[in-house]
Design a protein around this ligand. Structure first.
Ligand SMILES: [Zn+2]
Ligand SMILES: [Zn+2]
Length: 143
């Protein structure tokens, strides 16, 4: 019985978290809200059933988007840390905040229709125009 233990933190190190096992699905999300939240071409969010904060919860600030989704970040260093769809029980966390190597790998690109036009996807992972499942509520569909 193997138990992998991963830890992560924000840029300043005040906020720390741990997970034991990552859920299988983790995608690179190109939605506009993730791009702006991360200040990057795309975000990579993962989820884990046993996600837990280890330190620094007092440093968490949150932003509620116009689609009701909640994003948490460190109010001291600005690191983007979590995403929770409106009404969802669990949140996803920014994979890039992990400090330990992982054996799992992202398996898809989602919200590709919203991607930055200066970014080219060069890997062979499947691409989804919108959300695939857990990411379906990252962004409201634009008319
Ligand atoms: Zn911080
Ligand atoms: Zn997104």
């Amino acid at each position: 019985m193997q138990q992998t233990h991963y830890t992560g933190s924000c840029l300043c190190g005040e906020i720390q978290f741990a997970v034991s096992e990552l859920d299988r699905e983790m995608a690179h999300c190109h939605c506009t809200m993730c791009r702006k939240f991360h200040g990057a071409a795309f975000s990579t969010f993962a989820s884990a059933k046993d996600f837990r904060w280890l330190a620094g919860e007092d440093f968490l600030a949150s932003y509620i988007g116009n689609n009701g989704s909640q994003r948490q970040f460190c109010r001291q260093c600005g690191s983007s840390l979590t995403f929770r769809a409106a009404g969802a029980e669990h949140f996803e966390f920014a994979l890039a905040a992990l400090d330990t190597p992982i054996s799992e790998h992202p398996d898809a690109h989602v919200w590709v229709d919203n991607r930055a036009n200066w970014h080219n996807i060069t890997d062979d992972l499947p691409q989804f125009s919108g959300g695939r499942g857990c990411e379906c509520r990252h962004q409201q569909e634009t008319p």
